[in-house]
Design a protein around this ligand. Sequence first.
Ligand code: OAD
Length: 235
Amino acid sequence: MTVFSGAGISAESGVPTFRDVETGLWAEVDPYEISSADGWRSHPDRVWAWYLWRHHMMGAVAPNNAHRAVAAWEDYADVHVVTQNVDNLHERAGSNQVYHVHGSLFEFHCDRCGAAYLGEVPAMPEPVESVDPPRCACGGLIRPNVVWFGEALPDRAWQQSVDAVINADVVVVVGTSSVVYPAAGLPELAVASGTPVIEVNPEPTPLTSTATVSLREKAGAALPGLLQRLPALIG
Ligand code: OAD
């Protein structure tokens, strides 16, 4: 089984999604200003402050029933989790094969020499406008290991994700608006090869019309009973 997850799977843990019109992160800030390689070059202090706040928030919340259900499926199947999320809630719920196609907000590296940063990351319980990022010994700035607009996806995670999708017997797509490419192309690979694709999302998405089944349900309600429903859903 391959699970392809987006921000919606973490919504019930209290992590805001990106594109919700009222509460989404992109309703609050300009994505390109705060989450792009250009934005980092022109104002790293604002980008760093924003990621510190998200890092703190993601560390302060807990996995929900949906993350836990995915982890529990490992008792019955070889489960691979491809996630666009930079939180670590799948791992904290107990999933063992997680591929972060958009990176992780729990790892940091130097933007000049690439060295991993293992130092302290300050607590940031409330958002602030500006915090200077730490400096590496080489003089570069420490940045999060997340993929920004204008950057390539990490090669290894991407290859593992493609392999997980093309080798799956069933793909469960949960909590993603399916609009951000190339990640959104992964479920399309499964559709093209005739693999059953089950979408779980309270709202319709561009994937809905081609998915084998689309469940208009929240992840925390749908995922705990999904394995038992599989025969009825996909035969
Ligand atoms: P979005 O914010 O675009 O979409 C979240 C989806 O989750 C929406 O389709 C919601 O309907 C759905 N949703 C909300 N609550 C849910 C729940 N309780 N259960 C199930 N679904 C729920 O988030 P992503 O699709 O993850 O990229 O966004 C993709 C990428 O856009 C992100 O990884 C990020 C952003 O730019 C980078 O940062 C590189």
